[in-house]
Structures are given as structure tokens and as C-alpha cells.
Design a protein around this ligand. Sequence first.
Ligand SMILES: [Zn+2]
Ligand SMILES: [Zn+2]
Length: 264
Amino acid sequence: MKTEIISPEYMKLQEEITALYEKWVRALSHQTIVKKENIDGKLPILPQADLQFNEMDYQSFLQDLFLVVKENKPEIGEDLAKMEANLDNETLSKWFHEALIVNMYYFSDWAEKNHVPDWLPIFAAEHAVRPYLHKAGLELKDELPKQGHTGSCPCCGEPARLALINKAGKKELLCPRCHSTWEQKKISCAHCGSDTQGDVIVLKLEDDERAEIYACKSCKGYTKVIDTRKLFEVPAPEILDLKTIHCDYIAQENGYGLLDKEKH
Ligand SMILES: [Zn+2]
Ligand SMILES: [Zn+2]
């Protein structure tokens, strides 16, 4: 797939961070997911639940991450050191909870107060919660198909944007944030759920038969659909999301756009 829209340096950094996820998931023990009472089946599960949190784990994930970022971007070494020095237990807990809900305002404010680049605290804090999300995705796997909503991941709430055609030829939506997957009727909209004939159109790419864009005339949402039967190797979901960013541009040039908040 085309990757030239993402700089090789950024892709390398992302791949090195993704390689850390597996180690981090192994380091986390079984986590308790405490769901709020009267959980709403029409909303994603995790925003309605509390995840068990251990400062030591989270801090060690952040330290691993800072090392990788520093190796790739030595010019921000001082900013990383400043952040690390300011991460007391209270801040760690705050970071963890605000990162779970992707509170951009909180992190932007924190960056300003601590004189570090705006993108850096949310980038670090959010990557370091991924192992918790991956683990939660595995633990909630059986409950996800019962969630009766569309538009976002039934586990973590990330806007839907990526799907795979699996070996059996079925369409499976895939969350690049928590790695949850959920099956959906092939020609239907991941956003509004419409399966009315003619609503979902398939935009093909000129020079790539491995990816297609399913665009919905009804809600103007789109999903990138990757045929894994045509891939030699299926990359990690977040890498696949980045490697197919040209599809996002094509969809947007054709007037389709993500309905929800911005991507992370
Ligand atoms: Zn998710
Ligand atoms: Zn739609």
C-alpha cells in the first residue's frame, strides 16, 4: 500500500511504539472492569466503566515510550525530561483517566502550563493507555456483539473508520485504538447503519485492489475496507490505519468525512 503521505520517520516511530504494546499487554495483569449500573446498550462499554489502574504500570509504559520518542526525536529530549519530572502519582492518575476519554482540552492546558509542545502530552498519555484498552477489548470480546449501536467502536468508542474483509469473505470492523473487531453486514454503513440499496457506494482505488472505500450517501460517513485475502501480511491495526491514509484523503476529496471528533 502507498505510504508516502506519512513521513518515513513518523512511520518508524509509530512502528516502534506499536512493538511496545505487546510487551505492555503482557505486563498488565487481569484487570477489573467495573461497569456503571444500568449500562446503556446503545453506547460503547468502556466510557461507562472504570478500569483498574496501577500508577507503577502506567509510569513504566510512559518511561518506555519516552525512550523511544527520544531516540527518534532527540531534539525534544528536554521536553520529555520536563514531563517525566512532573509526573507525580496524582498527575499520573489524572493523565490515565483523561487519556481514556481523549480529553484534548485537559492535555492542551497541561502542555501550556508545563511549557512543552502541545501535541506531546496527549500523544504520550494516550499511547500509554492502549495496553489497558487492548486488554479490555479482549476481556469484553463476548459482550461487544450485544452492543446495539453504530458509528463507533462498541468497546472504547473510537469513531469507526477501518474494516477488514476476513478469510471467510465477511466484513469485520476493526478498531485501531483498542483492537476490538465486530462483524457487520458487508454492504452497510458503519456510521448510520443504513443497508438500504444504493446508500452505500464503493469507491475503488485506481492502482490498489487491496483497499476500497465504502461511502454512505445517507450520512456522508465512510469506512476504509481492506481485503486481507489480498495482503501478504496484515499489519497491526494502527499501522494499517496509517498505511491507508491515502484512502482517507480520497474519501474526503469526494465529499465524505468522518462524522465524529478528530482522529488521534
Ligand atoms: Zn476500540
Ligand atoms: Zn451512513
